[in-house]
Design a protein around this ligand. Structure first.
Ligand code: SAM
Length: 183
């Protein structure tokens, strides 16, 4: 998907996309390093968009089927399903907060989330955070990035402890990568 096509989709669905360009390779690398993946990891990626982060971590997994991608925008779902680099990953077209937790079996070891929390209504934010708490077991990680300069929401999520916060400058705009651990 060209940057222009991403921009077009983003402008049509700005509240759920929350950005005008895909993540830079510097941001993708930082997100993937933060997820502490092993070849056996099962990844739940929420809001993969055009798969820019997915393409960075899929080679770290033994089998692409260990990745489940939940994407609310049908345009992005079509791109993910057609991309040969993502073949084997499971794509679910839905808002993650609407899925029964047991429909996401086998359970994930880590959640990589690009959902633009600060563009969403507060009730949807809470629903998504509660869903992540249901899906992860104690000790497991939720890796999230945000463009918000003051990401206080992530410091007070029930069931999570914020373990790190790192600003990646080489992204438009600069983005903060947050790592939360399930308590
Ligand atoms: C900021 S874009 C990130 C795209 C890509 N991961 C990247 O880093 O460039 C946010 C993505 O989250 C998706 N999204 C927003 N709300 C969602 C939800 N409730 N469930 C699943 N995906 C959602 C949007 O459609 C969009 O693809």
């Amino acid at each position: 998907m060209s940057p222009l096509a991403f921009l077009h989709t983003a402008l049509r669905h700005f509240q759920t996309t929350g950005s005008v360009a895909p993540s830079s390779r510097y941001l993708c690398r930082h997100i993937v390093a933060s997820a502490q993946l092993t070849p056996d990891s099962r990844v739940l990626e929420v809001g993969p968009g055009n798969g820019v982060i997915t393409r960075h971590y899929l080679p770290h997994l033994s089998d692409p089927a260990q990745a489940t991608l939940v994407e609310i925008n049908p345009v992005f779902c079509g791109i993910l399903r057609r991309d040969p680099a993502l073949r084997g990953a499971h794509v679910i077209g839905a808002g993650v907060e609407t899925l029964p937790a047991d429909s996401l079996e086998p359970a994930a070891d880590v959640i990589i989330s690009s959902v633009p929390f600060y563009s969403l209504p507060p009730s949807v934010r809470e629903d998504i955070s509660q869903q992540y708490a249901r899906l992860l077991r104690p000790g497991q990680l939720w890796v999230q990035y945000t463009y918000s300069p003051n990401p206080g929401f992530f410091r007070r999520q029930p069931g999570f402890h914020l373990v790190s916060s790192h600003l990646v400058l080489r992204n438009v705009p600069p983005a903060r990568v947050l790592v939360l651990r399930r308590t």
